[in-house]
Design a protein around this ligand. Structure first.
Ligand SMILES: *Cc1c(COP(=O)(O)O)cnc(C)c1O
Length: 349
């Protein structure tokens, strides 16, 4: 347990003193609001389903997530995709041209891009050969200005999750925030870190409806953290950052618990089948274990194989320029039909 953690020492000074934008609607979203006349926000009064501004606190979506994940809505922040959530975290805690963050490559490209956009130094530490974080080099790279450590677990593009003991060591010893990006957690048999949120005041967990929940098009990212951290992020988020249609779609989908669960089961079955079939391709030299809805493979010549697949109408992701990913391709799990076609084409080329 971290005893001396104080979130106020990590927040940027201007954010601490910020007077957040407040909309009148923030205060009138309870049941009685139906009988009220809203003449506060210059909306068009004629009903068409979306003529009103959306709920800035997304109560309906949060209350479903709160029930599903057994967590208080005050520990939840929603964003326009995880990408917005991650950007808010940068802007709340990292002083441009002064602070730094630590990322572990190869990993999700957005951490580095967001660091660049926000003028924050990105201290990139290599994962080990089996794609696990190396605790000592990470802690050695950190200084007083290291505000965030990004752990993507399960990791994109390697597909594995990080060992519990390693993550725990980092949570206990890294002095800034530890963001665990769990975009792929629903495809893994490992438990989410959500259960341990109360044990680590510096832990921030991000999830998304873009992958397992099949809603990449609505852009809905989720952040779980202490109420103090969520309050800070809330104070800087654009007031209406999740639009009405996205909120409606999210609620609809979150209620279809069985349908989502069945799709996840199917994707995991297809993943196992694809891996089996990939073993028969002569030029595939390694198939990395996957806890995600994609598989990373090492081939003889990634760029050549990538181009050959494009000609045959199949788009995959060439990861060969990433550290530790020499000649690696990332294959998303598709439908049975799509995966069979992929295998057929891989055999032909
Ligand atoms: C796909 C992905 C996301 C999802 O981002 P959204 O903005 O929510 O669509 C987040 N993190 C990682 C590592 C991903 O691969």
């Amino acid at each position: 347990m971290i005893v001396d953690f104080n979130i106020n020492t990590l927040v940027r000074a201007n954010i601490k003193e910020l007077q957040p934008y407040s909309s009148a609607r923030d205060e009138y979203t309870d049941a009685t609001s139906k009988e009220m006349i809203f003449l506060d926000a210059n909306e068009n009064p004629f009903e068409n389903g979306v003529n009103r501004y959306p709920d800035p606190q997304q109560h309906a979506v949060k209350s479903l997530l709160s029930e599903m994940k057994n967590i208080d809505p005050k520990n939840i922040l929603l964003g326009n995709g995880s990408d917005e959530v991650l950007d808010l975290i940068f802007r709340a805690f990292c002083e441009p041209n002064f602070d730094n963050v630590i990322t572990l490559s190869p990993t999700y490209g957005m951490y580095g891009v967001l660091a660049n956009i926000n003028a924050i130094e990105n201290r990139c530490i290599l994962l080990s050969d089996n794609f696990q974080p190396r605790v000592d080099p990470i802690l050695k790279a950190a200084d007083a200005q290291s505000k965030i450590l990004f752990l993507c677990s399960p990791n994109n593009p390697s597909g594995n999750s990080f060992s519990t003991e390693t993550v725990e060591k980092l949570l206990l010893n890294f002095k800034g925030l530890v963001v665990i990006d769990e975009a792929y957690i629903d495809f893994s048999d490992k438990k989410s870190w959500l259960e341990k949120l109360r044990l680590f005041p510096n832990l921030v967990i991000t999830q998304t409806l873009s992958k397992a929940y099949g809603l990449a098009g609505i852009r809905l990212g989720v952040c779980y953290a202490s109420q103090e951290i969520i309050a800070i992020l809330n104070s800087i988020k654009p007031p209406y950052n999740v639009n009405e249609l996205s909120q409606q779609k999210a609620v609809e989908r979150l209620l279809k618990v069985d349908e989502v669960a069945q799709e996840i089961v199917k994707i995991k079955e297809e993943r196992a089948l694809l891996i089996l079939n990939l073993k028969a391709i002569s030029y595939i030299q390694e198939i990395y274990p996957s806890e995600c809805n994609f598989v990373l493979v090492k081939v003889d010549n990634a760029t050549k194989r990538y181009d050959e697949l494009i000609v045959k109408g199949i788009v995959i992701r060439n990861r060969t320029t990433q550290p530790l990913c020499d000649n690696c391709l990332r294959l998303t799990i598709g439908t049975r039909l799509e995966n069979n076609r992929l295998i057929q084409v891989l055999k032909e080329i």
